[in-house]
Design a protein around this ligand. Structure first.
Ligand SMILES: O=C(O)/C=C/C(=O)CC(=O)CC(=O)O
Ligand SMILES: [Ca+2]
Ligand SMILES: [Mg+2]
Length: 401
């Protein structure tokens, strides 16, 4: 591997192998597309203009949607161009004038969310929540191993990392009473999101082997959940107000092409999946998540253990002919492993409040208190022992309004 002229310090975020896309602005200028590298952001619009990059006008926009809509050929061409620029010595004088210090930039929503779907594809998570909420039933629902269970969420309340999360109010049971008030069981869900670039036509399912032609990239998601509101409202139609108040996403979208070295075999399937979910070359992703609660790392959920893969989720989401659009976001479902310190929600981590979590500041917690901050990070293996980085998605809880 050639040495990059960037010569990034060891502790710098976003090495030369990730090259994630986001939307940033600087003082007095409009939001536009950038690529994170070390402590810098490459300002793509002027760089593409100077270099005469075909289709480069899409970077002068406040969302990734126009770029994502160009399709896989353009995604691959731009990434190839960037890899050459950051690694080849001649890239220095071309790129350097367009490096913006990350600490002088503001990050925005990376894309406009079209539809939002949330899956439920971690077996450990589904079993844990089943045991907690439905102790007298089998821990996995009957359909769980036959299809990736999911629900349609609320795209308009997907917010960028750093947005304050106002504690939602709603109807919930407190003791014997049913009453309206602020959620007393506010929780997180550590998830991984996939964003669609290339749309599909109504009535035409996306075959499982066409996943890479449609999905542009991957980012961290926190699907904030009010467990008391959820538990009271969601039988039998599923989550509604308990999850629609806010879903946070990380500002940096990691292109699928950066994750070649992170591919792993998914867990064994039993029973064999139905035809539309049968993948000749199945792969999951070895993303290693970390959840920090007020400065204490409380869990490290392993994404590689997810039962259903993102390709199966996309195939399933469209198998009835539903069309997908540029900007559609689907999240993996809460990522939990089987160890206690691998659980992806505080409902599981505290076992519904019966096993509170100790934080380094001496406090203990079961659910979120006002003022609490939760940050989710992730890395994945890259080439030559390098790391692919996802940055972080963070949010602080504000009192109910
Ligand atoms: O099993 C239940 O009753 C509830 C499950 C969830 O709340 C999880 C959910 O939103 C889907 C997921 O993130 O895995
Ligand atoms: Ca969820
Ligand atoms: Mg949500």
């Amino acid at each position: 591997m050639r040495h990059s002229w960037l010569d990034l310090p060891d502790d710098a975020p976003f090495g030369v192998h990730t090259l994630p896309y986001g939307v940033f602005s600087t003082e007095g200028e409009d939001p536009r597309v950038g690529v994170a590298i070390g402590h810098y952001i490459i300002d793509l619009a002027p760089l593409a203009a100077v270099e005469g990059l075909e289709g480069g006008h899409v970077f002068n926009r406040g969302s990734l949607n126009p770029f994502m809509a160009l399709g896989r050929g353009a995604w691959d061409a731009v990434r190839g161009w960037l890899v050459e620029l950051v690694n080849g010595e001649s890239g220095r004088e071309i790129v350097e004038p367009h490096l913006i210090r990350a600490d002088e930039a503001r990050l925005h929503m990376p894309f406009e969310v079209a539809d939002y779907v949330d899956f439920y594809s971690s077996q450990a998570h589904a079993e844990n929540v089943g045991k907690i909420f439905r102790p007298d039933s089998p821990s996995l629902p009957a359909a769980w191993k036959h299809l990736p269970i999911g629900y349609h969420g609320r795209s308009g309340t997907v917010v960028p990392s750093g947005t304050g999360i106002i504690r939602p109010s709603g109807l919930r049971r407190v003791g014997e009473d049913i009453g309206y008030g602020p959620s007393l069981r506010l929780d997180i869900e550590a998830e991984v999101g996939f964003v669609v670039g290339t749309p599909s036509a109504l009535g035409q399912p996306v075959p499982i082997d066409e996943f890479e032609d449609h999905v542009f990239g991957v980012m961290l998601v926190n699907d904030w959940s009010a467990r008391d509101i959820q538990a009271f409202e969601y039988v039998p139609l599923g989550p509604f107000l308990g999850k629609s108040f806010a879903t946070s996403i990380a500002p940096w979208v990691v292109p699928l092409a950066a994750l070649q070295h992170a591919r792993v075999d998914p867990p064994a399937r039993d029973p064999q999946p139905a035809t539309h979910l049968a993948d000749a070359q199945a792969w999951g992703l070895d993303l290693r998540l970390e959840i920090e609660w007020n400065g204490t790392v409380v869990s490290r959920p392993p994404f590689r253990e997810m039962y259903w893969t993102p390709a199966q989720q996309l195939a399933h989401l469209t198998t009835n002919g539903a069309a997908i659009r540029t900007g559609d976001l689907y999240a993996s479902g809460t990522v939990s492993g089987y160890e206690r310190d691998q659980r992806g929600s505080f409902l599981e981590l505290s076992w519904n409040g019966s096993e509170p979590v100790s934080l380094d500041d001496g406090s203990s917690r079961s659910f979120l208190e006002d003022g609490d901050t939760v940050t989710i990070r992730a890395t994945a293996p890259g080439p030559d022992g390098a790391q692919i980085e996802f940055g972080e998605v963070t949010g602080t809880v504000h009192p109910s309004s």
